[in-house]
Design a protein around this ligand. Structure first.
Ligand SMILES: Cc1ncc(C[n+]2csc(CCOP(=O)(O)OP(=O)(O)O)c2C)c(N)n1
Ligand SMILES: CC(=O)[C@@H](O)[C@H](O)COP(=O)(O)O
Ligand SMILES: [Mg+2]
Length: 623
């Protein structure tokens, strides 16, 4: 490893076009080695990228980038695209502070046509791009590349429905590897299996030609192309599929690891004067045995040992604790149901899915549906718990508001990855959920700091609350817990001398940083007391009354300031006799870039150093 003779010389897709068959094969091998080597150090999305090496090479050769446009859905599989579009030299910085992103970014390269991170957007975005080009008389091609998992998202179907009537070329490449993060689920997935294996979809050119001659508009040009002298399209078969019903000409299935076959299919797709769907079959994790054996495990991974495929670090996190608690509760209560939107592993629900199969619902990448489906379960007296990453819950605002809260339905949401998540960057930071949920009436939000608080909050959300109830917890595990801090209370805790002048308010994992800051400040002769909220909506009136007695109050919040709890708290304080100074440190109207969690908290001045510096500075200014 380390010697990338061909890859290191690729400065743009133009260079890839110059390579012959043998060189392309070697290039793909080098790319795979580079992917494994880099991700083993930086962490990242390995198996999705290993699966699309040939697909990407074929796309970059068949199309004329950056004039033609490619929109990668989610964008977690665009590493090869980055390597072939002038970012080889920077590739070692991927997902690091100041480095290149793990997702496409328009600001990063002229070859990145659309910013992504959340799934199922590619068809809509690419269609918008195609229509804009059309309006401007630009004849270049536009391609959306979407995985079979991302195709389960409603937005993908909205895009298909809308774009299917376009009377110009528009290409959707469906990368079908039978996997979302875990095995893909649902009727679409079942349908794709039948498309892949039905016997009448024989790969016979004659049949293709015969069928094509009966298809108006599309058939004849395709047939002519198939019959063309240097056509190598013997593997291409026209079929009548679900996609045709949407107005797309279906081409496939194509072997996604055969560059020749892929290029032929793309050449053919270009000839169609209407929307085309190219169905490409790939193997997630291809070329690295541990990832082929465990594609879900290598979907998104931290550092690992290349020889064994073993992760270099593992610690028990909130997700695992949440999953364990769900299993314990579900054992005694047959009404408890768990819902995930294609994130069973990440949200800790794998064990639940095995133990309580009939009460476990993986709805695909469909957060909006997950919420409304949960509301339906709740309407009939079940106890649904939807476990979802904070960033993906953003999709379901209207469903939370209109379907759950307005109807006072008792849906519980486990908001995983709340707060800074680190290397995935802006698209994945869980810093908006509080502000979003805070606007919704009939909603209770708990944001514990430790596992015991999470367990208590979850059972309270399930058994005491009677409308929308949310328990949020961060990526990773528990942080520092002082020996003299007892069990977490559900509403709030006071830690320190309640009669001192200075009060630090916070919630969630920032409490750990606050405790460290308290110790540091004590050494400097500054005494602070900490008010640790657990239930952040509604805020306990007694907590507000307690805070009102202090001379100096700081609220540190790991979330966006607008609409956050610190602002609420200040509104409530205004209604008391409080006459001290009130300071808020939260994320001030910006997106948080990719970097480790500790780097981000440091930069945002939300770690212990930031707290100490802010407090000492404010006190100095006052005196
Ligand atoms: C709205 C949204 N929900 C969930 C995710 C998390 N997620 C990222 S990739 C992925 C699976 C995508 O599967 P597929 O599109 O088939 O790509 P593959 O990894 O199989 O290549 C999921 C669920 C996301 N990025 N966006
Ligand atoms: C691309 C995507 O959205 C997911 O794969 C996400 O990156 C997973 O994040 P975790 O690593 O925190 O599970
Ligand atoms: Mg897939």
């Amino acid at each position: 490893m380390g010697e990338y003779e061909l890859l290191s010389k690729i400065k743009s897709p133009h260079d890839v076009k110059k390579l012959n068959g043998e060189q392309l094969e070697n290039l793909c091998t080098e790319i795979r080695e580079k992917l494994v080597e880099t991700v083993s150090v930086n962490g990242g999305h390995l198996s999705p990228n290993l699966g699309v090496v040939e697909l990407t090479v074929a796309l970059e050769r068949s199309f004329n980038l950056p004039k033609d446009s490619i929109v990668w859905d989610v964008g977690h599989q665009a590493y090869t695209h980055k390597l072939l579009t002038g970012r080889y030299e920077q590739f070692d910085t991927i997902r690091k502070k100041g480095g290149i992103s793990g997702f496409p970014k328009r600001a990063e390269s002229k070859y990145d046509d659309f910013n992504t991170g959340h799934s199922s957007t590619s068809i809509s975005a690419a269609y918008g791009i195609a229509r804009a080009k059309h309006l401007m008389g630009d004849q270049s091609y536009t391609v959306a590349v979407i995985g079979d998992g991302s195709f389960t998202g409603g937005l993908a179907f909205e895009g298909m429905n809308n774009s299917g009537r376009f009377n110009k070329n528009f290409i959707v490449v469906l990368n079908d590897n039978k996997m979302s993060i875990s095995p893909n689920v649902g009727a679409l997935s079942r349908y794709l299996t039948t498309v892949r294996i039905q016997p009448w979809y024989m790969r016979v050119k004659k049949i293709t030609e015969k069928i094509l001659s009966h298809i108006p508009l599309v058939g004849k040009p395709l047939k002519r192309f198939l019959q063309g002298g240097k056509s190598k399209l013997k593997n291409l078969v026209y079929k009548n599929t679900l996609f045709d019903c949407f107005g797309f000409t279906y081409l496939g299935p194509i072997d996604g690891h055969n560059i020749d076959e892929l290029e032929n299919a793309f050449e053919c797709a270009k000839k169609v004067n209407s929307p085309v769907l190219v169905h490409v079959v790939t193997k997630k994790g291809k070329g690295y045995q541990p990832a082929e054996d465990n594609p879900g495990g290598f979907h998104g991974i931290g550092q690992f040992d290349i020889d064994s495929g073993e992760p270099l670090s593992s610690h028990r996190g909130f997700s695992a604790e949440f999953g364990k608690t769900m299993c314990e509760l579900a054992e005694d209560d047959k009404k408890i149901c768990a819902i995930t939107a294609a994130m069973s592993g990440g949200t800790g629900l794998t064990e639940f899915s095995k133990l309580y199969k009939e009460r476990f619902f993986d709805v695909g990448i469909a957060e909006e549906h997950a919420v409304t489906f949960g509301c339906g379960l709740a309407a009939k007296g079940m106890r649904p718990v939807f476990a979802v990453y904070s960033t993906f819950l953003q999709r379901a605002y209207d469903q939370l508001l209109h379907d759950a809260a307005l109807g006072k339905l008792h849906l519980v949401i486990g908001v995983d990855r709340s707060g800074i998540v680190g290397d995935d960057g802006e698209t994945h930071q869980g810093v908006f959920d509080v502000s979003i949920l805070n606007t919704i009436p009939n909603t209770t939000i708990f944001s514990p700091a430790y596992f015991d608080g999470m367990r208590k909050s979850l059972s309270t959300a399930i058994y005491i609350c009677d409308s929308l109830a949310v328990v949020r917890y961060p990526r990773g595990g528990e942080l520092y817990r002082p020996d003299d801090f007892g069990e977490e209370n559900l509403s709030y805790d006071v830690y320190g001398n309640p009669n001192c002048k200075n009060l630090l308010i916070t919630y969630g994992r920032l409490f750990s940083y606050a405790c460290k800051a308290k110790e540091t400040l004590a050494k400097q002769g500054i005494e602070i007391c900490i008010l640790k909220l657990c239930r952040i909506k509604p805020i306990d009136e007694n907590a507000v009354d307690f805070a009102a007695a202090f001379e100096n109050v700081w609220f540190f919040e790991e979330g966006i300031k607008n609409g956050g709890i610190a602002r609420n708290f200040s509104d409530l304080l205004c209604c008391t006799s409080f006459c001290g100074d009130y300071h808020i440190k939260a994320i001030n109207d910006k997106f948080v870039k990719q970097m480790s969690v500790s780097e981000a908290l440091h930069e945002l001045k939300l770690d212990n150093d930031g707290m100490v510096n802010t407090i000492t500075k404010n006190l100095k200014e006052k005196n």
